[in-house]
Design a protein around this ligand. Structure first.
Ligand SMILES: NC(=O)c1ccc[n+]([C@@H]2O[C@H](COP(=O)([O-])OP(=O)(O)OC[C@H]3O[C@@H](n4cnc5c(N)ncnc54)[C@H](OP(=O)(O)O)[C@@H]3O)[C@@H](O)[C@H]2O)c1
Length: 269
């Protein structure tokens, strides 16, 4: 049973392997690439497993994504994000490696473009940069503030809190572009048409987490107030960039506005 990569993608024939298919992006990729081998961690652990077929392309969505936990578990985070990526690269085929806005320190006043130098603040960000450096043959797709209809994410958390509380406290001094995984998965097809390299692929528009929470409550019809707080008031273990809006100077696919992504996500929840 062959899973051919569509010809327009231009990467030659072969099966498409999706890593981390149990995650929010992995689930979206499995919908956009329905003939792919979408493997959850129990079927393909990138730190320990081998696979018994040769893919033609890997969409590598598996990662240690627990940003705060990584601060206390740097070795484990590095094992998944760096060594795990090295193992995926060792399959010897082109890889799409999904990376993050958290590779930047947030000190820039303008949106970050691909030529900006990564300066991660957190263990998670450092291990994602380490993973980027493993990729020789393929595409590095940096995106930001992902949300979808599966797994743990900000939208699902806010919907839960908003249904049972009158007010939630949300950080208002970090700015980014919340990106719907369905839009990022769809855009991956367009990335595959571009020359290999690093691309910033995030939703159009930007907001703070507090503004995002307000939009979630508004779109979902929940009567919940947002109390705006600072990052230091929240006191999370991992430092995060104050500004991590991503834009492309390399002709990366343009995604819909984050609010459109939010509406699309809510129809799936
Ligand atoms: N979430 C964001 O805001 C964000 C922003 C920018 C970029 N990204 C990047 O986008 C990609 C996808 O993120 P996501 O939000 O979809 O993350 P996610 O929902 O946490 O999914 C990650 C998946 O990777 C799996 N995984 C962890 N360790 C693994 C291992 N050793 N072998 C195989 N699978 C393993 C996880 O399985 P378990 O659940 O069993 O651990 C999970 O299913 C990641 O590379 C991430 O760094 C994420």
């Amino acid at each position: 049973m062959e899973h051919e990569i569509a010809d327009p993608v231009g990467t030659g024939p072969g099966r498409v392997l999706i890593t981390g298919a149990g995650g929010q992006l992995g689930a979206a990729l499995a919908e956009v690439f329905p003939r792919a081998d979408a493997l959850t961690r129990d079927l393909y652990d990138i730190t320990t497993s081998t696979i018994d077929f040769s893919p033609g392309l890997v969409l590598h969505a598996a990662a240690w994504t627990a940003v705060d936990d990584a601060e206390g578990h740097p070795v484990q985070a590095e094992l998944v994000n760096v060594q795990g990526t090295r193992n995926v690269v060792a399959l010897g085929v082109p890889v799409v490696y999904y990376s993050t806005d958290y590779v930047f320190d947030g000190s820039k006043a303008e949106p970050y473009v691909e030529s900006d130098e990564p300066r991660p603040l957190s263990v998670y960000g450092r291990t994602k940069v380490g993973g980027e450096r493993e990729v020789r043959d393929g595409w590095i797709v940096r995106s930001s503030w992902l949300f979808g209809w599966t797994s743990k994410n900000f939208v699902r958390t806010m919907l839960e809190l908003g249904a049972r509380q009158d007010e939630v406290a949300v950080v208002d001094d970090q700015r980014g572009s919340p990106t719907f995984v369905g839009h990022l998965a769809e855009a991956t097809k367009d990335v595959l048409e571009l020359p290999q390299g690093t691309y910033h692929v995030a939703a159009a528009g930007d907001c703070t987490w507090a503004e995002f929470a307000e939009a979630i409550f508004e779109e979902a019809g929940l009567d919940c107030r947002v109390r705006r707080i600072t990052t230091s008031e929240l006191g999370r273990p991992a430092p995060r960039p104050a500004n991590s809006v991503l834009r492309s100077e390399r002709g990366a696919p343009i995604l819909p506005h984050w609010r459109e992504g939010l509406r699309a996500c809510l129809t799936r929840l």
